[in-house]
Design a binder for this molecule. Structure first.
Ligand SMILES: O=C(O)Cn1ncc2ncnc(NCCc3cnc(NC(=O)Nc4cccc(Cl)c4)s3)c21
Length: 274
């Protein structure tokens, strides 16, 4: 029987398996729902840490947003439950783990053009869906991309997602590398922030590191605001054309997501077997 997402889940409904990874706020475990034997991932978050970091409103918003999203390239959240100390997120299990680790295992720690174009097409498709629901993710980076069966891309962790437009109040923590100029300048921003992230990731998939990476926060900050994008010689003209059209500092000049999917380099290489 399909359990509706409003069912009251408890830990007793699951056999807990091995740890899958450790995040900033908690650990993720492989688990199996006892009656259906359905395999899931369960992320365990500690309430005191969530409250200390003042991110409980973000978590509530993520749960709300995730409960309405259904797309093959978005990691499902089937439900959640909590006890006195912890919140448990019941998530789709991504057997390929973090995309980041697969990239680091490649020769030269970067993907070839067919693999990169396939991932970019799936990421773009998922974001077209999100934006059609007026949801912006705002935190698209390799750590939040997982791999499902057949190396299919899965966007995970909507902890930073909001409904567009938004003027972010929460301070940015972690890397700046994937954030567009308007967000790091604290200006109002809209769904075009996710387009910028597609450009950053397209560069990183093909080069092995993000375009504005620098030795420290301030150097990265100034690169994002004014540095020209430089490409190693192995990057093809088609890929360079796509990335330059996406990484436009003015949000309205950025290549729209539909045009990314239709770009000749994406069309050419996302069909090729990788
Ligand atoms: O475990 C790994 O490291 C990798 N791994 N490997 C396989 C696998 N299969 C499924 N999920 C994984 N990881 C969890 C992915 C997430 C999805 N949604 C999230 N949401 C969230 O963390 N929200 C959140 C947290 C703290 C504060 C706030 Cl405000 C919001 S995390 C998997």
């Amino acid at each position: 029987a399909s359990q509706s997402s409003s069912k009251r889940w408890t830990l007793e409904n699951f056999d807990i398996g091995r740890g899958l990874g450790k995040g900033k706020f908690g650990q993720v475990y492989l688990a199996r729902e006892k009656s259906s034997r359905f395999v899931v991932a369960i992320k365990v978050l500690f309430k005191n840490q969530i409250k200390e970091a003042k991110v409980d409103h973000q978590l509530r918003r993520e749960i709300e947003i995730q409960s309405h999203l259904r797309h093959p390239n978005i990691l499902r959240m089937f439900g959640y439950f909590h006890d006195d100390a912890r919140v448990y997120l019941i998530l789709e299990y991504a057997p390929g783990g973090e995309l980041y680790r697969l990239m680091k295992k490649q020769p030269n720690q970067r993907f070839d053009e067919p693999m990169a174009a396939k991932l970019i097409a799936q990421l773009t498709d998922a974001l077209i869906y999100c934006h059609s629901k007026n949801v912006i993710h705002r935190d698209i980076k390799p750590e939040n991309l997982l791999l499902g069966a057949g190396n299919s891309l899965k966007i995970a962790d909507f902890g930073w997602s909001v409904h567009a437009p938004s003027s972010r109040r929460d301070t940015v923590c972690g890397t700046l590398d994937y954030l567009p100029p308007e967000m790091i300048a604290g200006q109002t921003h809209d769904e075009k922030v996710d387009i910028w992230s597609v450009g950053i990731l397209s560069y990183e998939f093909l080069v092995g590191k993000p375009p504005f990476e620098a030795k420290d926060y301030d150097a990265t900050y100034s690169n994002i605001l004014q540095a020209p994008v430089r490409f190693p010689s192995h990057v093809s003209d088609g890929a360079k054309d796509l990335i330059i059209k996406i990484l436009q500092r003015k949000p309205n000049r950025r290549l729209p997501l539909a045009d990314i999917l239709a770009h000749e380099w994406v069309v050419k290489f996302s069909k090729e077997a990788s």
